[in-house]
Structure formats: structure tokens, C-alpha cells
Design a binder for this molecule. Structure first.
Ligand SMILES: NC(=O)c1ccc[n+]([C@@H]2O[C@H](COP(=O)([O-])OP(=O)(O)OC[C@H]3O[C@@H](n4cnc5c(N)ncnc54)[C@H](O)[C@@H]3O)[C@@H](O)[C@H]2O)c1
Length: 319
């Protein structure tokens, strides 16, 4: 797809981060954009930013992508406001969390997997039928570097997110053949970002139903401390000596550092993703760190879960 002008685009998780940046870039390029998110306030901000930039229309719909009935209500919203044809589908919404399968809370695990995998699956179920009648169309599913490397480092379990992102990658790659046979005008890309400067760490706590880091209850701090103490390495020894307030502050700072000290901004990421769509790349790596990690994993496939496999620091603390 060479031009986005006069196209209809659907973006999940359009309230902040890469979803917002994609929405603004698409709207500027002349595509009408329908966004969904769990945060109405953030979506309204995205919408007014698009309006002030003089871009094409952006509409909003509150929808939790892990619920098929809410996704179907979003689909009805898109049909009502933008007509029956969708050209671009960005299954972008995602959260981190649910790291521990053995010792972590099952609710967090299933919530993270639900948003990151079922959000993509239900998005395709709802909107691919609206893409069948388009002259050209493109599905863009956001995975992660954790879709090819199931780790954020040797001391931190990361099971739900990695499982979901591997699923997104496998599904998207398998769709290439399915679409080629059954709907050759629809293309598909899997997006694998490295560390991108967004508020995902802060937002994910909200979607998982946890308090803001600085407002964690004593029970939440106790649970966090116990979890960190079970993990090996330097972090555990450090955590033992922190007061409750220092632990709250540590988590708060980690969220801010993740957002503010990334090698790639959300806007740069959106630009790379949209160029990948124009170039019809089925695999879109985002950021130099993602490229480097991809090369390292391919070069050393048997070593990637060893303690001394050191990827870029920003990735080991991210995603
Ligand atoms: N930031 C990174 O470093 C990074 C790296 C690799 C992959 N990713 C992936 O990129 C995508 C975008 O993340 P981001 O970094 O822009 O984060 P972000 O938190 O800024 O944006 C995600 C948006 O999705 C929304 N959302 C969360 N749960 C939702 C739900 N159940 N239903 C609808 N909307 C929901 C959030 O409210 C938020 O607006 C995610 O899939 C994430 O996993 C991010």
C-alpha cells in the first residue's frame, strides 16, 4: 500500500504510546482512523491532537480488546462511523505483566495473555471480514522482541507476555499463506519492537487492576518484595534492604525510566512501522536494539537463556 490517503484504519490501544503515534501519522497522511482503548480520556487527547494537526477524522470507542463482545461492539462502531470497508488493521494494544507462571498470580497471567494474544485474535476475527471487500488491505499485528526471545533477562520470569507475543508472531506468519490463498489482496506484517519510550509499564499496572506504584498498599508491597526475593541475583539482595516507601519509589522510577530512557521514541516507531507497511515487509523490526538482538539470537540459539547471554540492557529491562 503506497498511500494511506482516503483509507480507513483501525488502531487498538490508540490512547497512548505507539497506538497514538500511529493514529496521528495515519490521520496526517489522510486516513480516517477508528481507535479503541480502555481509557476514554487518553483517546480524547489523541483525537484532539489529530484535530489540531488538521488531519483526517479520528473516532473513538471504549473497548477492552480481550473481550470478544466489546471487540464486536467496536466493529459495529467502525461500520457506523466509517462504512463497511477497512483497509488497515493495527492490532497494537498490549500490556506487560503476568511474568511468573509458577509463583505469580494467575489473574495477572490470564489478563496479560488475554490482552496481548486474544486482543489480536479477536481484532482479526472482527475486522478481517470488513477487509475482504477492500481493493487493498493490510493487517499489522504487534508482537515484540519477546516474540522471538522469551526473556527479559535471567532473573525475571516473563511467561505470559512472551507466550502471547510468540503466539502473535506464529499466527501472523501463518496468515501469510492463508491470505495468499484465500484473500491475496490482504497483506500481513508482524511488528517486533525493541525498547520504545512509552508509558507501558505505568499503564499496564492500571489495566491489571493494580494501584499506581507510589500508592501500593502494604500487602502489595509485601507481595512484590517476596516475589523479588525469590529471584536470584543482585536485585534480590538490594531489595532486602529497601523500606516499603523505597520499594514504591523504585517501581515508580522504573516506569519513568522505561518511558524516558529508551533508544527509540513512539513517533520514530510509528514511522518505521508505516514504512514497513508501504514496503510490504511481513516482518518489521523496530529499533537498532531489536535488530541487534535478532542477530544475536540467530547467531547463538542455544545460549539465549543462559545467565551470561547479555542482550542490550534496555531490552533486558523492558517489554
Ligand atoms: N514499549 C515497548 O518497549 C514495547 C516493546 C515491544 C512491544 N511493545 C508492544 O507495543 C504495543 C503498544 O505498546 P506501547 O509501548 O505503545 O504501550 P502503551 O501503554 O503506551 O500503549 C498501549 C495502549 O493500549 C491500551 N490498552 C491496554 N490494554 C488494553 C485493552 N485491554 N483494551 C484496549 N486497549 C488497551 C492502553 O490503555 C494504552 O493506551 C503493545 O502491544 C506492546 O506490548 C512495546
Amino acid at each position: 500500500m503506497q498511500s494511506f490517503a482516503n483509507k480507513v484504519a483501525v488502531v487498538t490501544g490508540g490512547g497512548t504510546g505507539m497506538g497514538r503515534a500511529l493514529t496521528l501519522a495515519l490521520s496526517k497522511a489522510g486516513a480516517e482512523v477508528a481507535i479503541c482503548d480502555v481509557s476514554e480520556t487518553n483517546m480524547q487527547e489523541t483525537q484532539s491532537l489529530a484535530e489540531s494537526a488538521g488531519g483526517a477524522r479520528v473516532t473513538t470507542c471504549v473497548c477492552d480488546v480481550s473481550s470478544e463482545s466489546q471487540m464486536n461492539a467496536f466493529q459495529a462502531h467502525v461500520a457506523n462511523h466509517h462504512g463497511d470497508t477497512v483497509h488497515l488493521l493495527f492490532n497494537n494494544a498490549g500490556i506487560g505483566g503476568g511474568g511468573g507462571f509458577v509463583a505469580g498470580p494467575r489473574d495477572d497471567w490470564e489478563r496479560t495473555f488475554g490482552v496481548c494474544w486474544f486482543g489480536v485474535y479477536f481484532g482479526c476475527r472482527a475486522f478481517v471480514p470488513m477487509m475482504l471487500g477492500a481493493d487493498e488491505a493490510h493487517i499489522i499485528n504487534t508482537s515484540s522482541v519477546n516474540g522471538f526471545w522469551a526473556s527479559i533477562g535471567p532473573n525475571t520470569p516473563h511467561t505470559a507476555y512472551a507466550a502471547a507475543k510468540f503466539a502473535v508472531k506464529g499466527f501472523s506468519e501463518a496468515l501469510i499463506t492463508d491470505l495468499r490463498i484465500n484473500a491475496p489482496h490482504i497483506h500481513v506484517s508482524v511488528v517486533m519492537p525493541g525498547h520504545i519510550g512509552t508509558s507501558i509499564a505505568i499503564n499496564s499496572r492500571k489495566v491489571l487492576g493494580h494501584s499506581d506504584a507510589l500508592e501500593m498498599s502494604e500487602d502489595e508491597v509485601k507481595e512484590l518484595r517476596e516475589r523479588l526475593m525469590h529471584q536470584q541475583g543482585d536485585a534480590a539482595a538490594h531489595v532486602m534492604n529497601l523500606s516499603d516507601d523505597q520499594l514504591r519509589e523504585m517501581v515508580h522510577q522504573q516506569g519513568l525510566q522505561f518511558r524516558d530512557q529508551a533508544p527509540t521514541t513512539a513517533e520514530q516507531a510509528a514511522e518505521i512501522i508505516l514504512q514497513g507497511v508501504r514496503d510490504n515487509q511481513w516482518r518489521i523490526l523496530v529499533g537498532e536494539d531489536a535488530h541487534q538482538l535478532d542477530a544475536r539470537v540467530r547467531a547463538n540459539p542455544w545460549d539465549v537463556y543462559e545467565h551470561d547471554f547479555r542482550a542490550l540492557t534496555s531490552i533486558t529491562e523492558a517489554n
